[in-house]
Design a protein around this ligand. Structure first.
Ligand code: PEP
Ligand code: MN
Length: 338
């Protein structure tokens, strides 16, 4: 729309878009409003929209992902979650155990990560394990513990949902729904978290391209759930000295292709506690909007992902290091002075 177009003209464009059988997605930026027209574009002539009052230009978005693209929204998105925000100048840190194992383990970790400067508490209750014989998570009991610990220490909770039918219950116990790498292409689940209108952390599939990640994001956005943050968590390569390979390229490239905030998970990307801080530093240097890090008070006793879990003191050191890196690239940790 032309800069300064009145609301009535924008509403008329939206009405016309819907009358033609499309969905209108409105992005109100500081300079101008963009009306996204989503649907089967074959029968449309852009002139139908160009002649409407207030329309400056009709642009076809060539990428298959539309709402996720920078063409739809030029300004970076800021995603507010439980009083904190992803995608501003502040860098958000999500930390906690891979799995919620017990009240004692969770509360000890929650207090420790809070003390070290984390902004969100993570912890899986439904664990999508590669083996059906591995610990599968505490389920509802784990969710209740997570909600209680998050409220007690004062951090919003982030936790994974693995089944469409669980979205509603997981939403009630958390500030943000995590979609794990193994479910990035579970379209029924993506539809459901899209419909939930709850903030979503979407992890890249371990064997998915960046375009596939953005198409998965599109599934969530097209339900008008724009509270979406992407996560690079390592991909499969020929290298087997580490669990996965951190695709650091993805961070600046996603910054070019999409307006969505991007965080990095150096824990799963490396699989090795001694490498996690370096991955975190590289991520922040490359422009990541946040980190998600696994922390356990006794990694040797963890029921999942102990090898990559940091002890609280190691996590506190990581936070100090990324604070310095953030400053060096013109950013700061969330909650620190800008
Ligand atoms: C997790 O964060 O605990 C997890 C299972 O991550 P991913 O889906 O990236 O493997
Ligand atoms: Mn894990």
């Amino acid at each position: 729309m032309k800069a300064g177009t009145e609301a009535a003209a924008i509403d008329a464009v939206i009405a016309r878009v819907e009358e033609l059988g499309f969905r209108a997605h409105v992005s109100r930026g500081a300079e101008r409003t963009i009306v996204g027209v989503i649907g089967d574009e074959r029968p449309v002539d852009p002139e139908q929209f160009e002649i409407l009052d207030g329309v400056e230009r009709v642009v076809r978005i060539l990428q298959p992902y539309k709402l996720a693209s920078r063409d739809f929204k030029r300004e970076k998105s800021q995603v507010a979650v439980g009083g904190a925000v992803f995608g501003g100048t502040g860098i958000a840190i999500v930390a906690g155990p891979c799995s919620v194992e017990s009240r004692e383990q969770l509360f000890e970790t929650a207090w420790a990560v809070k003390e070290a400067g984390a902004h969100f508490l993570r912890g899986g209750a439904f664990k999508p394990r590669s083996s059906p014989y591995s610990f599968q998570g505490l389920g509802q009991e784990g969710l209740d513990l997570l909600a209680e610990a998050a409220a007690t220490v004062g951090l919003p909770a982030v936790t994974e949902v693995v089944a469409p039918g669980d979205v509603d219950t997981v939403r009630r116990s958390s500030a943000m729904l995590q979609i794990g790498t193994r479910n990035m292409a579970n379209y029924a689940l993506l539809h459901e978290v899209g419909r939930s209108n709850h903030p979503v952390l979407l992890k890249r599939g371990m064997s998915s391209t960046i375009q596939e990640l953005l198409m998965a994001a599109e599934y969530i956005l097209h339900h008008r759930n724009y509270a979406l943050v992407l996560c690079e968590r390592g991909i499969r390569t020929f290298e087997n000295a580490t669990r996965f390979t951190l695709d650091i390229n993805a961070v600046p490239l996603l910054g070019e292709l999409t307006h969505l905030p991007v965080v990095v998970d150096p824990s799963h990307a490396t699989g090795k506690a001694s490498l996690v801080a370096a991955g975190a530093r590289a991520a922040v240097a490359a422009g990541a909007d946040g980190l998600i890090v696994e922390v356990h008070p006794h990694p040797d006793r963890a029921l999942s992902d102990g090898a990559q879990s940091l002890r609280p003191d190691q996590f506190a050191a990581l936070v100090r290091e990324v604070r310095d890196i953030a400053r060096a690239v013109g950013r700061h940790l969330l909650g620190d002075a800008a």
